[in-house]
Design a binder for this molecule. Structure first.
Ligand code: MTE
Length: 319
């Protein structure tokens, strides 16, 4: 793999909170009133365009939140996927030429079973679950999404990690021909993320292959992405082609590029502000631009389940 120095990324490449609602959302919000502004709108079946492939055999999970999901439109038209550009509307606008089929994933490093496997071999043996999780973005907005996926830990165990596997590293595909953002030095491509192995094995961590009952749209990380509900959204790496079991803390795109602003752990923690804005509150997307922000919960509301992973750690230092 080509190793490059982190490029000269400007802080302004991450959208400041004050401008994170793009024009599309402002126009949408302006058209809503009263309670319609306060509650995210769930997608009705007819709202999902027929071109998206339905996923069969999906079971409901008891890990789901009871919060109302955002609309299919919210979820698929407003997000970060810098491979397609830095604006919130770029992923949906610029991902039409991306080809998520055929797809393979390389598993390597400290494991007994390694190699390159087709998507069907990676996901096929597992039962798909619907997990309704709220994703809290580091930019202080949040969205509730009915993800479909498999527990990452169940998959990782199949490759029999050795005792040297202390971390798991993930890498996004490199395809500048189909991903216009990769033709610019926005980040040191490919996008990379990492988890401690116990975080990766935690039953809340999933590899998602779909949302709203259909295969993942290109703009949401097709065909395979992470979702880690107690961490800021940037840990949820998209369009994964490599999973590596490693002994030392791996390179991760945001925390290695801007270490003062983004930590390796990236646990949602309302008590640790981002250097340029507060993390104490968040704006639920779909509630309307003028709706009040809501308090952000420690570990995004999953403290009971995951706080034990961090016992004895200083979570201000390890942010
Ligand atoms: N993965 C890749 N490959 N490239 C990215 O730019 N952005 C991250 C994360 N995963 C990103 C990525 C950020 S900043 C966020 S907030 C989430 O994806 C957004 O995920 P969503 O599409 O579910 O909203």
């Amino acid at each position: 793999m080509l190793i490059k120095k982190p490029r000269d990324i400007k802080s302004s490449d991450i959208t400041p909170e004050s401008v994170y609602l793009d024009r599309r959302k402002l126009l949408q919000a302006a058209g809503l009133s009263g309670t319609a502004m306060l509650l995210p709108q769930a997608a009705r079946p007819g709202d999902i365009p027929a071109r998206y492939k339905k996923l069969e055999g999906v079971i409901k999970s008891h890990y789901s939140t009871s919060r109302e999901p955002n609309s299919f439109e919210d979820v698929t038209t407003y997000n970060n996927f810098y491979e397609f550009g830095t604006k919130k509307s770029d992923p949906v606008d610029n991902s039409g030429n991306f080809k998520p089929q055929p797809w393979s994933v390389t598993i390597d490093g400290e494991a007994e079973v390694t190699g390159t496997f087709g998507l069907e071999d990676i996901v096929g043996p597992h039962t798909l679950e619907e997990r309704i999780y709220r994703l809290r973005c580091v930019e202080a907005w949040s969205m509730v999404v009915p993800w479909i996926g498999i527990p990452l830990g169940d998959l990782l165990k199949r490759f029999k990690p050795t005792s040297k596997a202390k971390y798991v590293a993930f890498e996004t595909i490199m395809r500048p021909g189909e991903m216009p953002g990769q033709r610019r030095s926005i980040l040191d491509w490919p996008y990379r993320e990492g988890l401690r192995i116990d975080e990766a094995m935690h039953p809340l961590t999933i590899l998602a292959t779909g949302l709203y009952g259909v295969a993942l749209p290109n703009q949401n990380g097709a065909p395979l992405r992470l979702v880690i509900p107690w961490k800021y959204g940037f840990k949820s790496i998209k369009s994964i082609v490599r999973i590596s079991f490693v002994e030392t803390m791996p390179y991760t795109s945001w925390s290695d590029t801007l270490p003062r602003e983004y930590g390796f752990y990236a646990n949602v923690n309302p008590e640790v502000d981002h250097p340029r804005w507060s993390q104490a509150r968040e704006r639920p997307i779909g509630a309307g631009f003028f709706a009040a922000k809501i308090p952000t919960l420690m570990l995004n509301g999953y403290a009971d389940q995951v706080a034990g992973l961090y016992t004895g750690m200083d979570l201000v230092k390890n942010f």
